[in-house]
Write a protein that binds this ligand. Structure first.
Ligand code: NFS
Ligand code: SF4
Length: 624
């Protein structure tokens, strides 16, 4: 089986009939993958190589052994992932730097901005909110390259965690600097010590979690609004037969927010009617999809593995993308249909696409131009080629950390007695009604059956009184399979079902895009601080059942570095170095209080998590 998603299965068959190649065909054609690559023991860092480690050639030409090679490769994955999240964040901060009262971008969450301004010592009394915003943005931009000190948001962690980072010299300084340091340290002839390579990786990844990603989340909330609870739907069945279908795919909300605005423009809506459509239907994909469903309830078309399939429905007028997780294959697939594949970012030009550059300065005009392209393309839709699969599930989305706290507060405490703190969540964990909270996040991976591990693991966890929070393509999977629906409490065990009933939440909670994994750090950190514990003492865990991207490696590493055990359903390319495996799966327990655990069987992985959460509870209950 290739995927457990029935819509996807239908469209894979349609692709065959239409003679269109998809990732699933290439997966079959690829057959065996390179063993050296899988083990991480191929070094291409200098042109004397590639050097591959075998029993007969245990050292590269420079004498680097398997540990050095695997460690350097791993560190570079962390650096690339951190770069992607953080450059996204930088874009958002630059956008805030040009925000103005009468411009395209305004400030939507003034309270959050003022809180941050106060935290950073920016004067707020009697000042125009936009002056505050610009000063705060300038300070945030310095976080990327400031010459002195360490990252400001480290102070959001419990002091115990901060001390531990200091002790192990893994406090990130500035974001770009950590990435540069890794690129330098892994250059030919630099770091050749596996402990040091892992330490550098930890420090850089923490610059993602408590730096780039956290800035991305907080600044997006300030600019575009902190998400609030709302209803939506997920899966390809959200495409509509009689409307102009536009898919928003990629990552940065600065583009997608403007497309949402443009799609409501009366002139463009009228134009859509003129060309014979009933209106404009936006649908999201990958993390952009998560951003717009969280803030606007825009329906989710699908996840990473459905990007080609969406076009294969024959009903998509435009696939609009910016950066990250975009298959170059979309250019070719869209040629087989009328779909316009529109790239917008100088950071991700793709040959064969229609390139319409998106600039923050001219944002709304650019967005209107793009939407107009889509509308004018409606007439080219070939009815013969259209097949929209029917399945979709209703979802409840929009759980920012504030929304979760608010929701819990509303019910657990009386109206007068609302705490605005994590106390209700802490109480549920203390009493054991909830055994723990687990973040199930990340991608789809062609090495496994699409969605199977996500759905299997989420279902197992909620059957064992574990509340699941989710982001990224994990959230899309949860949405498609009905787990973001409040009715899914019927799949949960008694304790969790009771909490869901009382608090009026689904058993799996959508926290947003992958940069919003920083929301998980924030909630766990608040719980720990409330209890005066370190983050490693709380019965929580992270899982990436189907991860594939370098960004996911960065996330997994900062989650471990933050003291939260991380379970992987796909083995990272480290198997060729026994020392790397030992450090990541055992030794880190002694230094950062958490490790990676890997099992490619989803049922077994779920069981491991459940058992470990129970073990964690023993220690937790002693402490509380
Ligand atoms: Ni996350 Fe978002 Fe999906 Fe994986 Fe890609 S969309 S940033 S990397 S594939 S979860
Ligand atoms: Fe080979 Fe060393 Fe060059 Fe890597 S750095 S390619 S192991 S010579």
């Amino acid at each position: 089986m290739l995927t457990i998603d029935l819509n996807s299965q239908e469209l894979i068959e349609k692709a065959e009939r239409d003679g269109v190649e998809t990732m699933y065909d290439r997966k079959v054609a690829m057959k065996a993958q390179c063993g050296f690559g899988l083990q991480g023991v191929c070094c291409r860092i200098c042109a004397a190589g590639p050097c591959r480690i075998t029993p007969k050639t245990p050292l590269g030409l420079c004498g680097a052994d398997e540990h050095v090679i695997v460690g350097r490769n791993f560190a570079r994955m962390v650096a690339a992932g951190t770069a992607a999240h953080s450059d996204h964040a930088r874009g958002i901060v630059h956008t805030m730097a040009i925000a103005s009262r009468d411009g395209n971008y305004t400030i939507k969450d003034e309270a959050k901005l003022k809180n941050l301004a106060k935290e950073w010592g920016v004067e707020t009394e009697d000042r125009d909110i936009y002056d505050i915003a610009h000063e705060v943005a300038d300070i945030a931009l310095m976080e990327f390259g400031k010459p002195h000190g360490t990252l400001k948001f480290l102070s959001h962690a419990p002091y115990q965690r901060q001390d531990l980072w200091k002790k192990h010299n893994i406090e990130p300084r500035s974001i770009d600097r950590e990435i540069v340091t890794i690129m330098h340290s892994t250059h030919m002839g630099c770091t050749a010590d596996i402990d040091s390579l892992i330490n550098l990786s930890l420090r850089t990844s923490l610059a993602d979690g408590w730096g780039g990603s956290m800035i991305g989340t907080i600044f997006s909330d300030i600019l575009f609004g902190t998400p609030t609870v709302r209803q939506s739907e997920a899966n390809l069945g959200v495409l509509e037969d009689n409307k102009v279908n536009i898919i928003l795919h990629g990552h940065e909300p600065s583009l997608s927010e403007m497309i949402v605005l443009a799609s409501e423009d009366p002139e463009l809506v009228a134009l859509a009617k003129e060309v014979g459509a009933e209106g404009i239907n936006l649908a999201g994909m990958c993390c952009t999809g998560n951003e717009v469903t969280m803030r606007h309830g825009v329906r989710t078309a699908g996840d990473f593995h459905q990007q080609e399939l969406a076009i294969i429905t024959g009903a998509v007028e435009a696939m609009i993308v910016d950066v990250q997780c975009i298959f170059p294959a979309l250019a070719k697939v869209s040629e087989c249909y009328h779909t316009k594949f529109i790239t917008t970012s100088p950071k991700a030009k793709i040959s064969g696409s229609t390139y319409i550059e998106f600039n923050e300065e001219t944002a709304l005009d650019d967005a209107k131009k793009i939407v107009k392209e889509a509308i004018l393309n409606f007439k080219n839709r070939d009815r013969e080629k259209v097949h929209i699969p029917q399945l979709k599930s209703s979802t409840t989305v929009g759980f920012s950390e504030q929304a979760i706290i608010g929701q819990l507060d509303r019910v657990v405490n009386s109206q007068i007695d609302q705490t605005g703190t994590v106390k209700p969540l802490v109480d549920c964990l203390k009493s054991g009604v909830l055994r723990g909270v687990v973040g199930v996040v990340g991608c789809n991976n062609a090495r496994s059956v699409s969605n199977k591990a996500h759905v299997t693991i989420m279902k197992e966890l909620i059957k064992n009184d574990i509340l699941v929070v989710t982001t990224g393509c994990g959230a899309s999977a949860a949405g498609k399979f009905g787990l973001l629906n409040k009715e899914a409490k019927s799949m949960a065990s008694k304790g969790l079902a009771t909490v869901c009933e009382l608090v009026d939440i689904p058993p799996v909670i959508h926290l947003g895009s992958c940069v919003d994994c920083s929301r998980i750090l924030s909630v766990v950190s608040e719980v720990a601080k409330y209890l005066d514990m370190d983050m490693c003492d709380i019965p929580v865990a992270g899982v990436a059942p189907e991860w594939m991207s370098e960004k996911a490696v960065a996330i997994g590493t900062y989650v471990v570095g933050s003291g939260i055990d991380t379970y992987l359903g796909i083995m990272p390319p480290i198997g060729g170095s026994s020392k790397t495996v030992e450090i990541l799966t055992q030794t880190l327990q002694d230094s950062v209080g958490a490790t990676f655990k890997v099992n490619e069987n989803p049922e077994e992985l779920a069981q491991m998590i459940i058992n470990d959460i129970e073990k964690k509870r023993v220690h937790f209950e002693e402490l509380v």
